[in-house]
Write a protein that binds this ligand. Sequence first.
Ligand code: GLN
Length: 494
Amino acid sequence: MNKGFFGHPAGLSTLFFTEMWERFSYYGMRAILILFMTATIADKGLGIDPQNAGAIYGLYTAGVYLLTLPGGWLADNILGQRKAIWYGGILIMIGHLILAIPGSPGIFVLGLVFVASGTGLLKPNISSIVGDLYPEGGARRDQGFSIFYMGINLGSFFGQIAVPILATYNWHWGFGAAAIGMFIGLIQFRLTQGSLNDLGLTPKLKEETKEKKGLRKANSSLAGILALALVVFLVILQYTHVIDLTTATGIAQAVGVVIVVITLFYFLYIIVAGGLDPDELKKVLVIFFLFVGAALFWSGFEQAGSSLNLFAQDFTNRMVGTWEMPAGMLQTANSLVIILFAPIVGWIWVKLAAKNLNPNTPIKFGIGIILMGLGFVVMYFAAQIAATGTKVGMGWLWFTFFLHSIGELTLSPVGLSATTKLSPKRYVGQMMGIWFVGASLGNLIAGLFAGGVDVKNPSQMPGLFMSVVIFAFVSGVLFIVFNPILKKWMGNVN
Ligand code: GLN
């Protein structure tokens, strides 16, 4: 390899900066998304009611993570990771360009579809190619991923400053800045991709064995039956008026039902027909609980861009001297805390491990979810002040984001690595996919929840935030209580 990057392969630099610019565009745009949708037509927004805007937010962000499944599949089977990253980036850029042109809600949704599809192609494949830089695995690979995670958060930090500031002048300049960010990322990728040598040039699974083909056929019939059953189920829900598929909220609820049912079936299928030995079976069960924990965590955490963004806009005093900080910019707290605290939290685990006290994964999940809940305790009190009609200081949201980010550091990296380690080798790719589905479901719930926040009626807000607290505390404690059992099931993985 040519010149290195912080003592790592030069290819890491290419991936670092591409992902940095991609996240610049993703998080920058996410910081203004719900505000643009709910802004009145007079304010040049879309004038969508908060409930449907929350649902669209949830559908879009859930879509981003859900589409990583076909994105990973396309790269493995047809495109190879390099092309997937390249075309994914182009789709993202086109999406932001569409959003940069003032248009109807229909055009706006089209832009979102482009960004979500592009991210589905780019995100999983850029992460997996990072892993491929270190065929030897081990601590150096972990270090490589930590550096890469810094790139994610640097991009997110600057995106959440540039895009919201530009959007205060004109929403569409904000979206335009996201397009420019992705454009720089693409140019950078094009010019420096030589440093990746031949990594990601050819699809990994080009050749399919006869046996695999047979299995695929059997699986497709099963998937067909499930799809049919789901359609029937949704039609029943529609006709019994449980959900209304003519509204964005109804569609988001339906997508939630679909994600949950498919995931449950997937686990059931692996357990019944996956040829697991008793050891593997227990580990797969643990992955299931980690999936539930991740979905729970993200459903609170991802409200940063939905309900908490609305709170920042309508109920937070954002004056710094004579300048009013744009609401979306408050979200920079997350990336800042990750950049500053990731090394500290990593150091704490190492120190504890030296004393044999490093908590194992289920405990870390419990702590992460409880920290998310604590963030909403802060919001519960902030919302009580807001309900009296006084705007609160920015410190409330900063503190909430601080707690949520420490929670992210406690839960997210260990979740992903435990999932890969617990998974039977032949299912690793799919189980990684399940991890993204957890994030997807969490995002969807975060959007639906925001739909319940009525900015015109702030008195119901404390109650809503308290419901998150109770949910988080109960589930966090359950993880800690059931740790001994889960730990036993995890066997040699900690
Ligand atoms: N902030 C991280 C990223 O963008 C993780 C997000 C997630 O998994 N929900 O990659």
